[in-house]
Design a protein around this ligand. Structure first.
Ligand code: FES
Ligand SMILES: [Fe+2]
Length: 376
């Protein structure tokens, strides 16, 4: 993030603070139908959508070196991501051409991928390598795994889970100027966890898109670090950026403007449509992905922490960060969200409200509605 962008962020935050008016605001509060979180038909349409539109599946370190592979789920589609011999990323459906077994699970390194059922093998670009007892498959056409469009840019990997789909020329719609100096590609994966929780997948994303709840829900954990006000919002096409202010902002005006840097005083949250959130936390990055589960009130959530390859901090330091992240998200946010989901299912009300002080949340829902409406 360049100096001018950082200075202008600080100016905006200080202007809010000094005027005593708090956060960037939307024009008004906005009502959201509870059906968006509970309706089975809508859930089926959303799951179908997430099985067909491009999404970020990870940072570049998902497949760190030539020969790496990783498996991810995108809606209904089991997806295999690899880094091939020439260093480029490939994506394909994780479905064997013989009888459909999943070729790989988890992640790892291999020169060939061998199907765990009958042992057919494939190269990392999905091309067929060998069949066991090939004499029994005389004249059967050699088919590789079904390739999917993918793109690696600015340290992020995008995959489109529809083989005949495509990834836009510029999928970040302008956010890339934030990402370039942060050098995501130079981060290693420190830890990751996957949870199945009784929450609609959008509720998982929602919880990262406003700070209004921080002084209350996270009073014990984050309350001493982060302001519940003074946050900024900017839209980048369908994506959004929320800049969260840390309490240390109160010391910024002691430094001459030209010498100020925003990064030590903010946490930056990027909402990348459809279902990814990336967070910058001073010295490391966090990635959150939410997939729909088997019904409207269930999601599969992947949480990961990414740290610079070259750092003075020990693994103990990163572990403490990771433990705090899990404590805050899983025992504070997701537990509260599960209660909200039960409340939605109770029929107590037919809508909920996103305040004018929650513009990132409004933008995510309005962008997603548009994406859903645009589907053929
Ligand atoms: S299903 Fe893969 S080798 Fe048979
Ligand atoms: Fe939270």
């Amino acid at each position: 993030m360049d100096t001018e962008t950082q200075l202008s962020m600080l100016d905006r935050i200080l202007e809010h603070r000094n005027a005593g008016r708090g956060t960037d605001a939307a024009e008004s509060w906005w009502e959201r139908s509870v059906d968006a979180y509970t309706c089975p038909d809508r859930f089926a349409a959303e799951r179908q959508l997430l099985s067909s539109v491009p999404a970020v599946v990870g940072l570049s370190n998902l497949v760190p070196t030539a020969g790496s592979y990783a498996t991810v789920q995108m809606g209904d589609k089991p997806v295999l991501v690899t880094r091939t011999e020439d260093g480029s990323v490939a994506a394909m459906l994780n479905v064997c051409r013989h009888r459909g077994a999943e070729i790989a699970s988890g992640c790892g390194e291999a020169s060939r991928l061998s199907c765990p059922y009958h042992g057919w093998t494939y190269r990392l670009d999905g091309q067929p390598a060998a069949r066991r007892r090939p004499e029994h498959f005389d004249n059967l056409p050699d088919e590789g795994l079904v390739r999917l469009p993918c793109k690696e840019e600015h340290g992020l990997i995008w995959v489109c889970p529809a083989p005949d789909g495509s990834i836009p020329e510029n999928p970040l719609a302008g956010i890339e100027s934030d990402f370039e100096p942060l050098d995501f590609a130079d981060h290693r994966l420190f830890a990751t966890s996957t949870f199945t929780r009784q929450i609609n997948w959008k509720l998982v994303i929602d919880t990262f898109l406003e700070v209004y709840h921080v002084p209350v829900l996270h009073e014990r954990t984050l309350g001493g670090l982060i302001h519940g006000d003074y946050s900024l919002f900017d839209a980048f096409g369908p994506h959004g950026r929320m800049v969260v202010t840390r309490l240390s902002i109160d010391t910024v005006e002691e430094t001459p403007r030209s010498e100020r840097s925003a990064l030590p005083h903010v946490t930056i949250v990027w909402q990348l449509l459809p279902n990814t959130v990336v967070i910058f936390q001073q010295d490391h990055m966090q990635l959150y992905q939410a997939q729909p589960g088997s019904h409207p009130g269930e999601s599969v959530i992947t949480v990961s922490i990414h740290v610079p390859k070259d750092t003075e901090f020990s693994d103990e330091h990163w572990q403490k960060n990771y433990d705090l992240l899990i404590e805050v998200t899983d025992t504070e946010d997701f537990v509260t969200c599960a209660g909200m989901q039960r409340g939605f299912m109770s029929g107590a009300q037919d809508h909920i409200t996103f305040g004018a002080n929650e513009p990132t949340l409004q933008h995510f829902h309005q962008s997603f509605e548009k994406l859903l409406a645009d589907q053929p």
